[in-house]
Design a protein around this ligand. Sequence first.
Ligand SMILES: [Zn+2]
Length: 453
Amino acid sequence: MNDQSFLSRRNSRTNLYGRGARPLDPGRWISLAIDAAYAETYAGQVALLTAANLIGRMTPSVAIAVPDGTKVRDPLPWAGQSLSDLLFEQLFAATPADKGGRFMARGPNSGDVAIAFGSCAIRGAALVHGCGWDSYFGRETSPVRASDITNPCGPAFAAILCGANLLAEGLHTSPTSYLCNTLDWSARAAPQGAPQPDPATALGELWTIGTGSVGTAALYFLTLFTRRFEAGLIDKDDVEIENLDRSPIFTAMDDERPKVDATADYLRSVGVATVKPERAALAESKLWRNRQEGTPDLLITAANEDHVRFQIEADMPPIQIYGTTGKNWQASVIRHVPLRDPCSLCLFPDSGPIVPTACATGKVASPLDGKQIDATLPFLSFAAGLMTAAEILKLGLPNYPFSKTITQYSTKAEDKLVSARLLPRAGCLCQSGRDSALHGRMIAGSRYAALSE
Ligand SMILES: [Zn+2]
């Protein structure tokens, strides 16, 4: 296969998306340069790794400048390696040179779209800066407090804001400065002294239903911070070149391999000890069918097809946290705490494969358009995955939750981040027809059961 067909297949979903979305012009180089102080921090490395991963899947023409001798910091899984070597290894794995990848180690040239990573504004460059929960993307000096807090959420989201801007506003527009935080998802810094996640905390057994772009993005961002979890992976599909633009872990070598195998290989490579991949639809999954009380601790439900939500809700699930991407430049994160929050069928009504359609004359429950579609944009899957990972990392913190049940990031809206309460849907399975006592027993032994009390 020549590089043209590889890159055009990889860009196909952006072309299908409509709404003015166009793949980036490969004739225009994008240069990423990180300042020496930020390059030495975990936060700076997360921001640069995320931006390179995302932007390198949107254009084959990326130049990167990292100070000589910079080593990857803990708790990144590649700690001790050369940051520059790691960046290029990951870029060429996703887009090999013989398929069009032409990544270069060099500083910004005139004519490049210049992106600077650090706290100080650089003339002619857009600035990416994130620390702790806080994220900034703009032209001016960063309002984010520089720190060495170990939290991937703010830095990764700042990088995603940059990727969003490149696709939404084109390569010639100067970005409007935007500050937000990934703790309560609002357009201001997180409170000083806000609790931070601890990389020593074990997350428990996480099962990902659907290891497509959003599911793998959630797992990728978790692994930038911790490998202390067990992973169950359920998906029936294979990786295609058309998926490579928006999963941060799929590589060109994964083409035509089962998504669960590609995902399992990545998780094992970064040090997740227990990984259980199963290539199956949920209805055929042995892992799901043989599920024991108290297992798993959390579900990342990143699939919509085959009545998967109906099946999950009918089987009395533990807490679910997942992201979706939308048709109008938006991504969302949604959580369902069992016995407290409305369930996923309140948001995505489905009466299942057999039961006749229930009377659904009640008002529409969803305050936001969270419908999933196949044609999505690279940064939206990254955003949905990062938002999911952020909500999972907050689970053990005092005063959780910090936002309402659904949070939506809308690239092109004035208010880019909006949180809303999910309303129960009249006639839904969770409102009648599900045994609360039994559900309580089913989840009692799971790590996050106390949230349901
Ligand atoms: Zn419901």
